[in-house]
Write a protein that binds this ligand. Structure first.
Ligand code: CP
Ligand code: NVA
Length: 321
């Protein structure tokens, strides 16, 4: 499907900026990054595997939690942009022995051109960005996963040919980090969002407030519903994520019990539009938040979604670094 975003072309430069939250971006800037990701993907498939706009630049990646897609797509993105990557676990650095985030940030700024970090506490990323003189990019925190959602918007644009006016249903944990970024991005892009979740699992109120402000401007609607069926009815996209995120293992039993009604099954999918797509940021807990029939079924776009992380990371890195 041919797709492109008319807007976002007036954005001058994002160089030097951090990407801690989708809320850091204006609607135009978000569209500009998505359009740039689409351009990188098209050029890749046209045979330009290496576009060396970051030659001579080094990216440091710090991981406090496991990662497959984010780590590998960022590393490969740097390779395809002609740059270099250093990837370390939090505990391999003096951070693990208590060196402050502020001191670490000051030192890193003397060595590398940007930092990508995956952390437990969102506040640690905010602290890193505060003291770093180089761009800091959120590779997932307990609160948000902005890079995931930039890739996901590319996927939705490719599959549906547009973004504004679509309806996304998110079914599962309403307090999920991926959902928070999805909510903020949808509101900025004029996409309606219906969240089906259990009582006690609503989105972070601060995220809701920010999203509502943007939604009022773009005309997007935001609904939090207690019925998964009501949430998916008429949706263009059905999205879910795990019920137990990294760091929430102690609440595992309770979360599984509380959210068990919010599983994406073929019956649930049948209530969405007939051409609805199914999305999941992965890793999936098959049989828990989604059944095999759905994730392996004809409506699932999860592998394209995973691939698009690569093209989205190239856009993010090329524009910020
Ligand atoms: N979706 C995602 O961020 O996957 P990883 O945890 O494998 O990076
Ligand atoms: N919500 C999940 C996303 C993983 C990419 C987690 O934080 O574990």
């Amino acid at each position: 499907m041919t797709a492109s975003l008319a807007l976002g072309r007036n954005v001058k430069s994002l160089r030097g900026r951090d990407l801690i939250s989708i809320a850091d971006l204006s609607s135009e800037e978000l569209q500009f990054i998505i359009q740039t990701a689409l351009d990188f993907k098209r050029r890749f498939y046209a045979g330009e595997r290496i576009i060396p706009v970051l030659r001579g630049k080094t990216l440091l990646m710090i991981f406090q939690k496991p990662s497959t897609r984010t780590r590998i797509s960022f590393e490969q993105a740097m390779v395809q942009l002609g740059g270099y990557v250093i990837s370390l676990g939090w505990k391999e650095m003096q951070l693990g022995r208590g060196e402050t985030i502020a001191d670490t940030a000051r030192v890193l700024s003397r060595y590398v051109d940007g930092v990508v970090a995956r952390v437990y506490n969102h506040g640690d990323l905010v602290e890193l960005a505060k003291y770093a003189a180089i761009p800091v990019i959120n590779a997932l925190s307990d609160k948000e996963h902005p890079c995931q959602i930039i890739g996901d918007m590319l996927t939705i644009l490719e599959k549906k040919g547009r973004l504004a006016g679509l309806t996304i249903a998110f079914v599962g944990d309403g307090g999920d980090n991926v959902l928070h970024s999805l909510l903020l991005a949808s509101a900025k892009l004029g996409i309606n969002i219906k969240i089906g979740t259990a009582e006690g699992y609503d989105p972070d109120p601060e995220i809701m407030k920010l999203a509502m402000e943007d939604a009022n401007r773009t005309g997007a609607s935001i609904e939090v519903l207690r019925s998964p069926e009501d949430a998916v009815k008429g949706a263009d996209v059905v999205y879910t994520d795990v019920w137990v995120s990294m760091g929430q293992e102690a609440e595992r039993e309770k979360r599984i019990k509380d959210l068990s009604r919010f599983r994406v099954t073929p019956e649930l999918m049948s209530l969405a539009k007939s051409d609805a797509i199914f999305m999941h940021c992965l890793p999936a807990h098959r049989g828990m938040e989604v059944t095999d029939e759905v994730i392996d079924g004809p409506q699932s776009v999860v592998w394209d979604q995973a691939e698009n992380r690569l093209h989205a990371q190239k856009a993010i890195l090329a524009l910020l670094l």
